[in-house]
Design a protein around this ligand. Sequence first.
Ligand code: PLP
Length: 461
Amino acid sequence: MSIDLPLTVDRGAAEPMHAQLVAQLRAAMREGRLAAGERLPASRALAGVLGVSRTVVTEAYEQLYAEGWLEGRHGSGTYVTDGVAEVSAPQPVALKVARPAAAPSGMVDLRPGLPWVGRLDTPAWRRAWRLAATVPPQQRQDPHGLPGLRAALAEHVRRGRGVACPVDGLLITRGATNGLDLLAATVLRPGDRAGVEEPGYRRARAVLAGRGAEIVPCPVDEHGLIVDALPDDLRLVYTTPSHQFPLGGVLPVPRRQALLAWARRTGALIAEDDYDGEFRYDVAPLPALYGLDPDVVVHLGTTTKILTADMGVGWLVARPDLVAAVAARRVELSDRTAVVPQDALRILLERGDLDRHLRRMRAEYARRRAAVVRALDGLPLRGDTAGLHLVVDAPPDVADRVVREAAERGVLLETLAHHHAAPPAFSGLVIGYGSAAFTDLAPAAALTRELTISGRIRYDG
Ligand SMILES: Cc1ncc(COP(=O)(O)O)c(C=O)c1O
């Protein structure tokens, strides 16, 4: 054999043997252990070494030929395609431009965005999915979603967010971002201007821009959106009044009223992203903005934070004529929420499982927040009375350095700059305490504190 690689196949594995071989060879080429121009062993020889039939090896080679990793030189065997390693060698990617979806193993992930799923009531979760799977497939889907879930969610929103909403004012989505996208697809015309909080949720910007809007950054302060600074020519504004993302302000009532008056005066719509409105630790959550003026507010809810992003269900609440328009547009786009998750959520709601989970999680996040706040002792914090994240103020250079140094020591953090579209008005770190294991939180936060303090000393000095 002309190569010396640790290739193995496991006959007992669920993955077919040729696929196991493909994965190992692909990884070896990607990592340069098998270099461009190198010759692979003849299929018969490799099959003999591995103790498998020759077909297993030829199928693996064929797959890699088809993917362009391998080439045949007439009469002389199988080679790694020239240039493959250079093209596919992993490039170091700055966290700022692309963050890995999952933390590399062994890292403690303090980036915001994900809830803790370790305390799901497994029997309740399984029961809901098992029962949901018995729903017979429907001939035709209702673009508004399953009637039973719409009714259960209307009740949930009424009790949990203080908002009365008729069932025909609620449409099931796949999450808050999907709801915003459907709204944008329904009401925006090319070139319309759409406001997004600055700093704000990156995906909201991306979704609105994707529907042709010109994005207008709308400044926020520690309380949330600065309503007086809103221009008059927006078609809609995206906002997070219950817990500004990422700074964490809770929009005070006078500003809420001013925002609604602005929308009435200018004819704009307000997209209220209520992504974590259920979690508040000092006082009861304020009712959703939607309740104050259902004509100009579209309320977007999601199971991503209260349950898990794996559920893939959310809701959009708006005046019934707008809901009907969104439903019609959705049919044109062939956009839908799968029925089985909808029914699973209905069952969790109707049996009280979701309420129980929320009560448990409120206590869980309160203790997580307390542990993190304690470990960050003495640092200036913002937005720590609600949600699953908080902000540590720090100069931009210090924040960048802390993110780098923390990553070297096994902790993933994110800067506030990451959430700005315009030159950053705020600087510091956004610390999510939803997704890491509880026992990792205090040590990781203590490391963050230590690095921030030593960074500040260097910065000030
Ligand atoms: C501000 C904000 N909105 C919405 C979401 C969740 O949206 P979705 O329901 O699309 O998963 C997140 C979560 O990651 C978020 O941070």
